[in-house]
Structures are given as C-alpha cells and as structure tokens.
Design a protein around this ligand. Structure first.
Ligand code: NAP
Length: 334
C-alpha cells in the first residue's frame, strides 16, 4: 500500500499515515508491530521521549537500514521533547540521548510535546514532584526552547520542527517569532474533536496537521486508571458503522480515511499485526463529498484527552477549544 503525503515548509514530505507507539513499552510487542508495519508499507513512526520506547524502535530501524531493506531517507521518524526538558541547557542533551536511542543521525520531525514546561529531577529527566505534584518551570518561554531547537535544525540533527498540544494562539505566536517556522502541529483530532479552528489557522500559516487519537484512543484509559478520561468511542458512532458497511471497510478504516482525505496525517497505534495492516489499507478508496460531510458534522463534540496535570500552568493552552463547535463535556480547562 502506498501512502499519500503532503509537503512540509522545509521541502520534505510528511506521510499522511504512520504508526503511533504511545503505551507500547514491551520489547517483543513493539518489535513485532514495527516489523509488521515496515513490511506493510509504513514509513512514518511516531514516538516521544515520554513513551520510553525509542531504544526499541532504534533497534528495529537499525535492523532495516543496515540490512538495506529500507533506506534511511525513505523513513519519516517523529519524536518529541519532554515537558521536563524545555530549559535551554537541557534541549540539546535530551535530543542527543534520543538520537542515540533511535540509532539515528537525525530525526525527521521533532515536536515540543506539551506547551507547559515542568522542572526535572537533578541528574535525570524524571519529573520533579513536590507534595505529589509536578513542579512548573515558569522561567522558560516557548521561544527560549525553540531557539535551541533551531540550532539543532541548522546542525541538520532535526530536519523539521513542530509543536504538539499547543493552542492556535500559541502556535501563531511562535510562528510569528520563529526564524525556523514550525512545520507541523500534532493534536487530538477525530470526528468528535475535529479542531476546525486550529486547522484553519494551520492552513493560513502553511503548517501541516497530525491527528493523534485518530480512532478515539480506545486504549487511553489504561494510562489513567483513576477514571478521569471522558467517555466516547468514535469507532461505535452509527454513521461510521453505516459507512463501513457501505464501503466494505471497517470503522477504523473509515475514521482514518476521513482524516487523510482532509490532508491530515493520521498515526493510529496498534500492536495487532492484523490491525496494523487493516489501518494502512485506506488509500485504495475515497469517501464521497456527502459522506465526508456526514463525518464532519457528527453532532457529538468531546475532547477525549485531558491535561489536568497542567491546569494552572502559566502556559496552559487556554484557548485550545474549537470555538466553532459546542462546548466539550466532561471537564473544564480553566
Ligand atoms: P488511537 O491510535 O486512536 O487508538 C489506539 C487504540 O486503538 C489501541 O488501543 C489499539 O489497540 C486500537 N486499535 C488500533 N487499530 C484498531 C482497529 N483497526 N480497530 C479497532 N481498534 C484499533 O490512539 P492513540 O494511541 O492515543 O493515538 C495514536 C498515536 O498518537 C499514539 O500512539 C502516539 O504515537 C500519538 N499520541 C500523541 C499524543 C501527544 O500528546 N502528542 C497524545 C496521544 C497520542 P491494539 O493496539 O490492541 O490494536
């Protein structure tokens, strides 16, 4: 299966589809998933320092590159700066450690994972906790961090820069000040949280858009067993089920196709070999304009991820609300 792509403002191409790897830390599971994905045509792999799996990904990438099965230039590796390493003195060291783990000379797209910086423990990149709470780093601005990333971009270690979980306002402010313009933003995006406002800002700026949780992240609750995640399952949405029957595709394939047909890069995570192949098998059909509209206008509006750990942070993405849609249910940001 050949995956479509969109141009980045660097001239490189962003595949419109890739493999998410959040919550996959088991070496055997991730190795099997990556081999299945790469053999099945995936070229974009999405990871982060926070996922604690870059060393496993590095082993598999090395296996494929060193054996000549895949050329480095045909891969597209995305990784992210943890929220505890925004301070200018930490950025380069953190990126170096990630390159080493990934066994790569460069990362194709590198994102600031979260707009809210936090302090880390002396001597390692574990979050500093006081009274069981994360400690805000109130000193470091987005531009302080970005300037360090720009140096690594000029050194060709990071081939494109971007952000994740930033509000439209934060993205635009950064864009206006940056010498190396952001190439991509990665945020929650699916039929229940379509991010229309942010998408229109990205279109205006020429910033590409990546959807995390493209299937509604049905496994997200494992990360928060305290039951704070809002309910909602786009895979079970009646219109998605109807379109799956109409196109002889699965619900997951309809959700992925809906995003990629909008020019949004989708990065569903799976450790199941069958689903990994199912998910990439979405570039061989097209949804009609009418069916795209039906998916665009599903009345439910729910943000499925919450960032309660960052509430009260001075850089909390307060306007990160899709103003064109109904208010979310389940929680308050402010
Ligand atoms: P997702 O991709 O929407 O959903 C993944 C879940 O769906 C897993 O539980 C997976 O289970 C299941 N699944 C996969 N394919 C399926 C299919 N065909 N049918 C039914 N279920 C299927 O959610 P996500 O993992 O939260 O988001 C995707 C990626 O985005 C992450 O892995 C990560 O790389 C990135 N992400 C980034 C951020 C950020 O802050 N930047 C936040 C969240 C996620 P199995 O594995 O058992 O198949």
């Amino acid at each position: 299966m050949t995956v479509d792509s969109v141009p980045l403002n660097t001239g490189a191409k962003l595949p419109l589809f890739g493999l998410g790897t959040w919550q996959v830390k088991d070496e055997t599971e991730l190795t099997v998933a990556l081999r299945t994905a790469l053999d099945g045509g995936y070229r974009l792999i999405d990871t982060a320092h926070l996922y604690q799996n870059e060393h496993i990904i590095g082993e598999v990438l090395h296996e494929y590159i060193s054996s000549g099965k895949i050329k480095r230039e045909d891969l597209f590796i995305t990784s992210k700066l943890p929220f505890v390493a925004h301070a200018p003195e930490d950025v380069a060291n953190c990126v170096e450690s990630q390159l080493k783990a990934l066994k790569l000379d460069y990362i194709d797209l590198y994102l600031i994972h979260c707009p809210c910086p936090f302090k880390h423990q002396e001597g390692n990149l574990l979050p500093l906790l006081e009274d069981g709470k994360l400690v805000f780093d109130e000193k470091t601005s987005h531009m302080d961090t970005w300037k360090e990333l720009e140096k690594l971009y000029h050194a060709k270690k990071l081939r494109a820069l971007g952000v994740s979980n930033f509000s439209a306002k934060q993205l635009e402010e950064l864009y206006n000040q940056a010498e190396v313009k952001p190439s991509n933003i990665q945020v929650e995006c699916h039929i229940y949280w379509p991010q229309e406002h942010l998408r229109s800002v990205c279109k205006k700026l020429g910033v590409t858009f990546t959807a995390y949780a493209p299937l509604g992240s049905p496994g997200r609750k494992a990360a928060r067993p305290d039951g704070v995640w809002p309910e909602g399952d786009p895979l079970l949405e009646p219109v998605v089920q109807q379109l799956a029957a109409k196109y002889h595709k699965t619900a997951a394939q309809i959700l992925i196709r809906h995003l990629t047909q909008h020019g949004i890069s989708a990065i569903p995570k799976s450790i199941s070999p069958d689903r990994i192949i199912e998910n990439i098998s979405t570039f061989d059909f097209k949804l009609s304009d009418e069916d795209m509209h039906a998916l665009d206008t599903v009345p439910t509006r729910i943000r499925l991820f919450i960032f309660d750990f960052a509430v009260g942070h001075p850089l909390f993405p307060h306007d990160d609300v899709d103003e064109t849609t109904a208010p979310r249910s389940g929680f308050k940001l402010h």
